[in-house]
Design a protein. Structure first.
Length: 488
């Protein structure tokens, strides 16, 4: 087995204690960044060739070795050993085992500080796209259900109390809209942090790698970071990424909560597909919404990760401090959770079966059509303040008699207030109530169908982002920015 590599220690008389080595060693999950570390090494090799540190033969040999190492690590033929302190040490060990002293030349002009900053940015740019694809799968499920239920009536709630009748598709699209904003946040995040930290070295910039702007283009960034200190010490891109992920989890948990309620026996508004629900080990009759419950529970972990990381960052002096390594612990757990949750959640949503008949029966209960009375009175030139009072009297009249609005008669109306004519009863039809809500973004079936069409166009933009790999981004960046970078 090749000798372990240590990237520091020249000024030390002895090696690290076992306790320090155990504390300092990266957890196994951190080695997932090998792809990004090798990508950075390729770009750095190009930089060293520009600087004259590597000649053409050495450059070609190192690049070829890096390519083969990536293949071997991906296939499992090469794995970290216990003495590999981190992914940088692991990969340099492999490179030097294959190239000897030549492999050691790649370390010139760079630091683990800019390497780890670059690895994290590249990884998060990749994950922003992968997670976006997972969210889009949930969106597709929501839109599919909404499209099937543009005329299905249900009760809408405020304060968990029946409020007004709405279209089921409209309710589902409300959840879809919140997730759309999360998709747009990922794309916006990617634009904001489309800057390469490679070349910042430890903090002051490199005396050897002097064209980080060109390395940035090779890696798929649009430019290099403006400030070398900020490049290695900033982690707001991590905090913002964690925030977006936590908000995705919160938005999913709101849907999850409703699925738990709606699938309960007390509601029975929706049936879970057998393949996306579980049973009980003791009660054979049970059918549990585990996906919804696990999503709801895991959202707390993601909220905790962003809160914990912000606490880690608070009052940290510039530039790099080892505390910053904690960013990966939070990131990897958050990303791993979402990658588990999103496909399961999308499957659950796509396979839900709504009891449209029961939803229709429930829609007018709880005086949800009371607002129609007030609106009808306003149309008769009654001031809304008075219309509100009259409508309240109508509801009280029905409550005292143990009936709903459907039990009202023309005689009842006249006894309550002479301005209530029999024509008002026509306004209490569910179809009439829904059709009257024709404002932009409202619940009328025609408006819901228009909303879905606009939504699909907006998601198409997000699909483009989610489907663009960093090599493709690099190609675009190279076309648009390389010549300008060279002129500078």
């Amino acid at each position: 087995m090749p000798e372990p590599t240590q990237l520091w220690g020249g000024r030390f008389k002895s090696g690290p204690s076992e306790a320090l080595a155990n504390l300092s060693r990266s957890p196994r999950s951190y080695f997932r960044l090998y792809r990004e570390d090798i990508a950075g090494s390729r770009a750095h090799a190009t930089e060293l060739k520009r600087a004259g540190v590597l000649d053409e033969r050495e450059f070609t040999t190192i690049r070829s070795a890096l390519d083969s190492i990536e293949i071997d690590v991906r296939s499992g033929r090469e794995e970290p050993i216990p003495s590999d302190e981190d992914v940088h040490t692991f990969l340099e060990r492999l490179l030097m085992a294959r190239l000897g002293a030549l492999g050691g030349k790649l370390r010139a002009g760079r630091s683990r500080n800019d390497q780890t900053a670059n690895n994290t940015r590249l990884y998060l740019r990749r994950m922003a796209r992968e997670l976006s694809r997972g969210i889009i799968a949930v969106e597709d499920a929501l839109v599919g259900q909404a499209s099937r239920h543009t005329v299905t009536v249900m009760p809408g709630f405020t304060h968990m109390q029946p409020a007004q009748p709405i279209v089921l598709g409209h309710h589902l699209m409300a959840h879809a809209q919140s997730l759309l904003r999360d998709l747009q946040r990922f794309a916006d995040w990617d634009r904001r942090f489309d800057r390469s930290p490679l070349g910042a070295a430890a903090l002051a910039g490199s005396g050897i790698a002097r064209r980080p702007d060109e390395s940035a283009i090779e890696l798929g960034y649009s430019a290099a970071c403006e400030n070398s200190i900020d490049a290695v010490s900033a982690r707001d891109h991590v905090a913002e990424f964690l925030f977006i992920c936590s908000l995705v989890a919160v938005n999913l948990s709101r849907i999850a909560e409703e699925i738990c309620i709606w699938s309960s026996k007390q509601f029975s508004w929706v049936r879970l597909d057998d393949s996306y629900s579980t049973g009980s080990s003791i009660m054979p009759q049970k059918k549990n919404p585990d996906i919804a419950e696990l999503t709801r529970g895991m959202s707390g972990t993601l909220i905790g990760n962003i809160a914990g990381f912000l606490a880690t960052m608070k009052a940290m002096p510039l530039a790099y401090n080892r505390d910053l390594a904690e960013d990966k612990r939070c990131l990897f757990e958050t990303i791993d959770i979402l990658e588990l949750v999103l496909p399961a959640f999308a499957g659950m949503m796509a396979t839900l079966e709504f009891d449209t008949e029961k939803l229709g029966e429930e829609a007018p209960k709880g005086f949800t059509l009371a607002t129609e009375i007030a609106d009808w009175l306003v149309a008769q030139n009654v001031p809304f303040a008075e219309a509100h009072e009259i409508t309240g009297t109508v509801v009280r009249h029905c409550e005292e008699r143990g009936q709903d609005l459907s039990g009202l008669t023309a005689k009842d109306l006249q006894n309550i207030d002479p301005r209530l004519s029999e024509d008002m009863l026509n306004a209490l039809a569910l179809d009439t109530a829904l059709a009257s809500r024709t404002g932009y973004g409202a619940t009328a079936p025609a408006r819901v169908r228009e909303q879905i069409a606009r939504f699909e166009a907006a998601v198409a933009v997000c699909r483009t982002f989610a489907g663009t790999s960093l090599p493709e981004a690099a190609s675009v960046a190279a076309k648009n920015g390389l010549e300008e970078a060279r002129r500078r």
